[in-house]
Design a protein around this ligand. Structure first.
Ligand SMILES: C[S@@+](CC[C@H](N)C(=O)[O-])C[C@H]1O[C@@H](n2cnc3c(N)ncnc32)[C@H](O)[C@@H]1O
Length: 292
């Protein structure tokens, strides 16, 4: 099955993908997830999928495409496929300048507005939350800002991701050292407990966050997310083509309450995607506002 054995090390020959197979698999992935794989990354398919093909005892990508489309296990395989094509890179306190501006300007403004309106409620949506570091960071920031006042607030952070494995990891809430590479030491000490296999997030932080497995490509399901004051979607739309970017951003726009904000990753912009939002410039970030 394409495996070469040398001593105890298994060297697996990667299965070659033809141009035609690449286009078929790329289009299938796009149709199911909105993720667009550029031709330049064709070699990635060969390196990432060879192990999976061997596990399934398939000899070619054509056989794998048939399996994905017609096999009785096709739904389960879709999950595996998503796990092979997505990048789940994330960490706590990722992009500190952006988060600082978010905490001090955007979040503060929203909390003040809600207090003035006598509604101590706040909804945040973290779309493409990976293993949970982003929504938990937002929960920690709310704890830091509100302290004792938090008990009087009704706060909900809805965190969704395509990958069931990432959602499971997030719900477990245990992280290795790597996840804290940009986290201030005092935050780690205050909100995490050391356990055998890493650091576990403390219950007050997890209580604000609800995780759900969800595909941003399935527009009708997105309508079930509670209306939000803020949507975080960082380092996710970068993997989509223009059409999918437009659809997803339009769903965020519809979900946001008037005056709500959308936050993107530092390399992402709304250029050519949407002109519905007002960009609000802060040192370290742009917050995209849905006008009242
Ligand atoms: C690079 S991570 C970003 C995590 C986090 N937002 C951050 O910035 O640290 C991208 C995440 O988007 C998720 N993703 C990609 N396509 C998706 C889709 N169609 N629906 C939901 N999540 C998706 C991936 O599973 C992955 O966990």
């Amino acid at each position: 099955m394409g495996s070469l054995f040398s001593n105890s090390i298994t060297l697996r020959k990667s299965v070659r993908i033809s141009d035609e197979e690449f286009v078929q698999l790329r289009d299938f992935i796009y149709e199911k997830s909105g993720i667009f794989v550029d031709e330049k990354r064709k070699y990635l398919f060969e390196s990432r999928f060879s192990k999976r093909l061997a596990e399934l005892r398939l000899n070619s990508f054509s056989e794998y495409i048939k399996y994905l489309k017609f096999d009785a296990m096709k739904h389960q395989e879709l999950t595996k496929l998503f796990e092979l094509v997505t990048t789940n890179e994330t960490s706590f306190y990722r992009d500190i300048p952006q988060l600082k501006a978010f905490q001090e300007k955007v979040l503060k403004e929203k909390l003040d507005e809600q207090r003035d309106a006598g509604k101590l409620e706040l909804n945040i949506w973290s779309a493409g939350c990976s293993s949970g570091e982003e929504p938990y960071t937002l929960s920690i920031m709310l704890h830091e800002l509100l302290r004792m006042e938090l008990a009087r607030w009704k706060i909900s952070i809805t965190a969704v991701d395509l990958s069931p494995a990432m959602i499971e990891h997030a719900q477990k809430g245990v992280y290795k050292e790597y996840a804290f590479k940009t986290t201030p030491d005092e935050i780690k000490a205050r909100y995490f407990t050391e356990v055998e296999d890493g650091w576990k997030i403390k219950p007050p932080v997890t209580r604000l966050v609800n995780f759900r497995q969800m595909n941003l490509n399935e527009t009708p399901s997105l309508k079930r997310i509670p209306r939000s004051h803020v949507v975080f979607c960082r380092n996710v739309i970068i993997y989509f083509d223009l059409d999918m970017k437009k659809r997803v951003v339009s769903s965020f726009y519809d979900n946001l309450l008037p005056g709500g904000y959308m936050m993107l990753g530092h390399s992402e912009t709304l250029h050519k995607i949407s002109s519905s939002f007002k960009p609000v410039y802060h040192p370290g970030t742009i917050a995209y506002r849905k006008e009242d």
